[in-house]
Design a protein around this ligand. Structure first.
Ligand code: GDP
Length: 452
């Protein structure tokens, strides 16, 4: 039971149409009544949940601002507690003064994420839904938003809860076995046991497999633009990001290091890196830049390898061709100047002709990048893991269960198998928050902002 009533400004700082001050806890309506005078003369304590009064927020009889006060009654509120929200004019001062008045009348300042934490503690949401709220707030692109909304609507919880139920049944069978080792227990029949385990392992593995691509699509796909000096890498970077981030000159070797730029492409985000031109050189500084370009070439998920279409390929181009693999898209730039490059060198590769300077072929290149990312491998309405904590829990659950399967196959005692199943169960209970330490939940909610 939470006995403190807390308050915070729930809207972002700065100027805006309205600001919302939220009060939640057992005394929320009483405190709000002390801070508010409705124009109708009614008190907030007299009205039903989901209704509002228009009036003014006051502090020691002086008016702070006009306000609409909305009342939510427990348990039908976001936090599950009595809640009042004052909507006042936007701007830091008004909101601050309202918050001050509410605190003077008995509310305590809310910690980071305290409203969401209370929703969790009052059983309104589980941890996966709480975490999805941070992800919705932080979503940088449409895919991140859709994945987070699916999680908020219970996509991950539903999947995990059904696996928890199955594991609980298995765990119960093992407990019975420990007490009555001579009895025949149906679930412990090796065939049934293996098929139950395989089904759970399969579902856990599917979730694990969503993590890598899911996280990259949400946070940004690393995409390296490489090529020898002067082929138009920086011009292409600017065409793709539509800014002047990279310095475009006709002096070879102008970009001596990596320049990054985040660009929204379709539903996802690209982290574009304009790298130093790859060429054979004895200059130490240039060499360091070239080494970094090769590192980017190796680490990026997508490589855009740029060549000058208007001149024959040379040794530097051939070094690049030998270094790339099937995550690369060949871009033949300067195609406005005609084609002199020997395109047979790019047989079997994805090739796009562009003129970065004239902004031609950029849409085709964008489509080729999206096709290479293969974002459609992932259904954003599915249970997609994009959070490290959740991924680690599912991974732990998978590994423990796999151990249970191996132990069973190797005829290790059933007691030992039971322990592995319980470990797997523990990891899933921690994932949804049904069994979680205060330290873990405190850490999760400390990542929220004040007022959420
Ligand atoms: P980087 O060294 O590979 O980054 O090359 P830059 O982007 O700095 O471009 C080198 C030169 O090529 C500049 O003078 C650009 O204006 C020019 N350039 C870039 N793209 C094109 C293009 O599509 N057509 C033509 N004709 N010139 C281009």
């Amino acid at each position: 039971m939470i006995d403190k009533t807390v308050a915070a400004i729930s809207t972002p700082p700065g100027e805006g149409g309205i600001a919302v001050i939220r009060i939640s806890g057992p005394e929320a309506i009483v405190i709000a009544d002390k801070s508010f005078r409705s124009y109708s003369g009614k008190f907030l304590s007299e009205i039903k949940g989901y209704s509002a009064l228009y009036g003014e927020v006051v502090s020691e009889n002086s008016v702070i601002d006009d306000a609409v006060a909305t009342v939510f009654r427990a348990p039908k509120s976001f936090t599950g507690e009595n809640t009042v929200e004052f909507s006042v004019h936007g701007g830091r001062l008004v909101a601050k003064n309202v918050l001050r008045a509410v605190i003077k009348n008995g509310a305590c300042p809310a910690d980071r994420g305290e409203f969401t934490k209370r929703a969790f503690l009052n059983g309104k949401i589980d941890l996966t839904k709480a975490e999805s709220i941070i992800n919705i707030i932080n979503a940088k692109n449409e895919i991140a938003l859709r994945i987070s909304q699916a999680a908020k609507n219970g996509r991950i919880s539903k999947e995990i809860d059904s696996l928890i139920e199955k594991l609980l049944e298995l765990s119960a069978s093992f407990s019975v076995y420990a007490d009555y080792p001579d009895d025949e227990i149906e679930n412990l029949n090796p065939e049934n046991f293996h098929s139950s385990l395989d089904e759970i392992l399969y579902k856990l593995k599917n979730m694990i497999d969503t993590f890598d691509l899911g996280k990259k699509l949400c946070d940004g796909i690393e995409c390296a633009i490489i090529g020898k000096p002067n082929v138009g890498k920086s011009t292409l970077m600017n065409a793709l990001s539509r800014t002047e981030r990279s310095i475009v000159t006709d002096i070879a070797g102008t970009t001596r290091d990596v320049v990054d730029s985040a660009v929204v492409l379709g539903d996802t985000t690209l982290i574009l890196s304009d790298t130093a031109g790859i060429h054979q050189t004895d200059d130490i500084v240039e060499k360091a830049g070239v080494d970094r370009s090769f590192q980017k070439l190796d680490s990026a998920m997508i490589v855009i390898a740029v060549f000058d279409a208007s001149s024959p390929l040379d040794d530097d181009d051939r070094i690049i061709i030998d270094s790339i693999s099937d995550n690369a898209i060949i871009v033949l730039n300067k195609s406005d100047l005609g084609l002199k490059a020997d395109i047979s060198a790019f047989k079997g590769m994805t090739v796009v002709n562009i003129s970065a300077k004239n902004n031609q072929g950029i849409d085709t290149l964008s489509e080729a990048i999206l096709a290479k990312i293969k974002a459609d491998r992932l259904d954003s309405d599915d249970a997609v893991l994009i959070n490290d904590r959740q991924f680690n829990c599912v991974n732990r659950a998978y590994e423990s269960l796999y151990e249970a399967k191996t132990a069973m196959e190797n005829h290790v005692t059933l007691d030992a198998v039971g322990i592995c199943i319980d470990d797997s169960l523990k990891a899933l209970l921690e994932l949804t928050g049904r069994r979680v330490t205060n330290e873990v939940s405190d850490e999760i909610f400390s990542r929220f902002c004040v007022g959420k």
